[in-house]
Design a protein around this ligand. Structure first.
Ligand code: ADP
Ligand code: ZN
Length: 290
């Protein structure tokens, strides 16, 4: 039996599963102060005979296995969790090995293993929700370096009709500041799901997301791009983003994926729907990298 945690800013998903990726038991708890959340996690896993635990976490978090502070949250606006040594505490409490990666990196890995990218060796998983984040899976491994990638905070060119100042607390009008769920709500005065019929909202949204995807394609050359998160529940975004990406690339990258005919199979929703994160956390503790 293996354990998995999807650690988010509003909720933690806890699960047990097996080494072929089936989730057996699942439970959702709210994200509170660690003093309250950690005992609930320990209660869930204690007595379940878990051999290893995988955590897909919100960031920033140290994911360098050789670091002293592996699995420790870093400076974050979620002040209760800043510098909290999540992996170390759970390792000590449960007495088992604990593996950690970002929520989006593990989502990319589980989509590659069981979801919408099983036929390719490389993919990106991008979430467009309260924030924007992306993870990358390349040939059996997720992408990490100095730290984990921060693809949500890249610069974007402003839409000609957009006067919104942006809402990223660090950069103002970065991608997250212009295209996250809260950015949509602040710009248009209503939540995204109440704006479903407003074509201008989704044209502008696609303009920003397509710029980001175009840059990711140039830099990382992924064979598939998976778009998840609450905002992507607006399915009308997919054709708009695909069209914008093809226009922005302007034929420069030669690939059979990047054609009118194939783009529908290149930019896709998650195959694991809402389970990409928790299954990804589970995949962290399955055998050797696949
Ligand atoms: P989180 O990022 O916190 O894990 P979500 O991915 O659900 O959670 O993202 C929440 C954001 O997505 C909110 O800003 C919300 O307004 C927006 N959102 C959620 N559902 C929808 C929807 N159906 N249509 C448009 N926006 C949505
Ligand atoms: Zn930013």
């Amino acid at each position: 039996m293996l354990g998995a945690i999807e650690a988010g800013g509003t909720k933690f998903v806890l699960a047990t599963g097996n080494d072929v990726g089936d989730i057996e038991e699942k439970c959702v708890i709210p994200t509170e102060h660690p003093d309250k959340t950690i005992p609930k996690i320990v209660d869930f896993f204690k007595g379940k005979d878990i051999e290893r635990l995988g955590i897909g976490s919100f960031g920033p978090i140290d994911i360098n296995e050789n670091s002293e502070s592996y699995g420790m949250l870093q400076k974050t606006p979620k002040l209760d969790w800043a510098y909290f040594p999540l992996a170390r505490v759970l390792k000590e409490e449960l007495g088992i090995p604990v593996m950690v990666d970002t929520d989006v990196n593990v989502a990319a890995m589980s989509e590659a293993k069981w979801g919408n990218a099983t036929d390719v060796s490389t993919c990106l998983y991008i979430t467009v929700g309260t924030g924007i984040g992306a993870g990358a899976y390349f040939h059996g491994k997720t992408l990490k370096g100095l730290s984990h990638p921060e693809m949500g905070h890249i610069k974007v060119r402003r839409h000609a009709e957009d006067t919104f100042e942006g809402c990223c607390p660090i950069h103002g009008d970065c991608l997250e500041g212009m295209a996250s769920g809260p950015a949509i709500e602040k710009r248009w005065g209503m939540k995204g799901h109440d704006l479903a019929e407003d074509q201008n909202v989704w044209e502008m949204q696609a303009f920003y997301l397509a710029q980001a995807l175009t840059n990711y394609i140039y830099i990382l050359s992924p064979e598939r791009i998976i778009l998840g998160g609450g905002v992507m529940k607006q399915k009308q975004l997919f054709p708009l983003i695909r069209r914008n990406v093809l226009e922005m690339l302007n034929g420069y990258v030669s690939s059979p994926f990047l054609t009118e005919k194939e783009i529908d199979n290149y930019i896709v929703p998650p195959g694991l729907t809402d389970e990409a994160g928790i299954k990804g956390a589970l995949s962290l503790c399955i055998g050797t990298p696949f």
